[in-house]
Design a protein around this ligand. Structure first.
Ligand code: ATP
Ligand code: LTN
Length: 335
């Protein structure tokens, strides 16, 4: 983790809902690919998850389950740090400092806030509003160079960059200004039933998403029911968002090009394509689910990994926080 010649990668996912192929294709797939070339930190951002109502016992179980799912997808704790956000108190401390450098106007423009405020009208809390500042703290506290995320996080990343630059200008060079890494294919996986919206792991309608832990028969059913458009040609055509989305999912899982896929399905029926897509997803998820089940058998092993991840993360985070506290003018902790 501490290889000084390597750049640092940081990313995170909220432990809400069911991890889905949107999260895998938009984010985790890139995480797996970056592990050898970078120092990587992958968070389960439980503080973020509290911005919408959670059942405490479910949240606790889900955090551990997400850790196992990260590993089942190929995140290797020998090479990468897997960390639960609340195990590193420095995130919340830096969050406060960054709050004082973020403008209300900036936060009011965030589309995720507007989206979620619309969905949770009875719980538009301050945390939901300031959520992007905590995300900036997650990134900046580790001096991350690269942040692999899906397209929906572009705006939040831009805020993190602006806040880092603002701090550096006001108090002198302190933070690395991070770059986003958004995949070319798979950055915007859309909902199966409403392809004009993104697939979202906490969608109430589970038919909108393929979860990483969905059993084969559920995957087959969801793909069969997925909305397609009028017409019958199997072509990458943005004007036909239903079939376009399914084709993009096929492309990201198979790593085939759009030309190869169109050639393969020329003259075939939607139903034939859907059957092949289900097979592809089922075969892809089979080893992930098997590994997940094994990992969940040994929770104490997961706890040991989390302890070591948290210890290293705390050390790294404290280095940045000490610097930040000094620069803003706080009295050093008396020795
Ligand atoms: P929720 O529905 O619980 O708000 P979410 O599915 O939007 O969750 P997040 O925890 O907000 O997931 O995001 C985790 C990562 O997955 C982020 O990097 C995000 O960009 C990526 N991601 C989420 N949805 C998609 C999607 N539909 N397509 C591609 N990437 C996605
Ligand atoms: N805001 C992100 C989750 C998230 C994140 C992060 C992503 C929280 N902290 C740090 C990358 C880096 C989301 O809602 N998808």
């Amino acid at each position: 983790m501490n290889d000084k010649t390597k750049k640092t990668v940081l990313s995170g996912i909220q432990p809400s809902g069911h991890l889905c192929i949107g999260n895998y294709l938009g984010a985790i797939k890139n995480w797996v690919a970056l592990q050898d070339s970078h120092n990587c930190i992958f968070l389960v951002v439980d503080l973020h998850a509290l911005t919408v109502k959670q059942v405490p016992s479910e949240l606790r179980n889900r955090c551990l389950s997400f850790v196992a799912q990260y590993m089942a997808c190929g995140i290797d704790p020998e090479r990468s740090l897997i960390v639960i956000q609340s195990h590193v108190p420095q995130h919340a401390e830096l969050n406060w400092i960054l709050n004082t450098l973020t403008y209300m106007g900036e936060l009011s423009r965030m589309t995720q806030f507007k989206d979620k405020a619309g969905k949770h009208e009875n719980n538009i809390n301050a945390g939901l509003f300031t959520y992007p500042v905590l995300m900036a703290a997650d990134i900046l506290i580790y001096q991350a160079d690269l942040v692999p995320v899906g397209h929906d996080q572009k705006q939040h990343l831009e805020l993190a960059r602006n806040v880092a630059q603002r701090f550096n200008t006001r108090y002198s060079e302190t933070f690395v200004v991070p770059d986003g890494l958004i995949p070319k294919v798979g950055a915007r996986v859309m909902s199966l039933q409403a392809p004009e919206r993104k697939m979202s792991k906490s969608d109430e309608n589970l038919n909108n998403l393929v979860a990483l832990l969905d059993p084969p028969e559920v995957i087959v059913r969801k793909i069969k029911r997925a909305v397609t458009d009028s017409g019958s040609e199997i072509r990458f055509d943005e004007e036909r968002p239903g079939i376009y989305n399914l084709l993009n999912i096929y492309a990201s899982i198979s790593n085939l090009s759009s030309d190869e896929i169109e050639a393969r399905f020329a003259g075939k029926l939607y139903s034939e394509f859907k059957a092949e897509l289900s097979d592809l997803l089922v075969e892809f998820l089979k080893p992930v689910q098997k590994r997940y089940a094994e990992l969940m058998q040994d929770k104490s092993h997961l706890q040991t990994l989390l302890k070591s991840g948290a210890d290293t993360a705390r050390y790294l985070a404290q280095k940045t926080l000490t610097k930040v506290y000094r620069k803003v003018g706080f009295v050093p902790y008396p020795r």
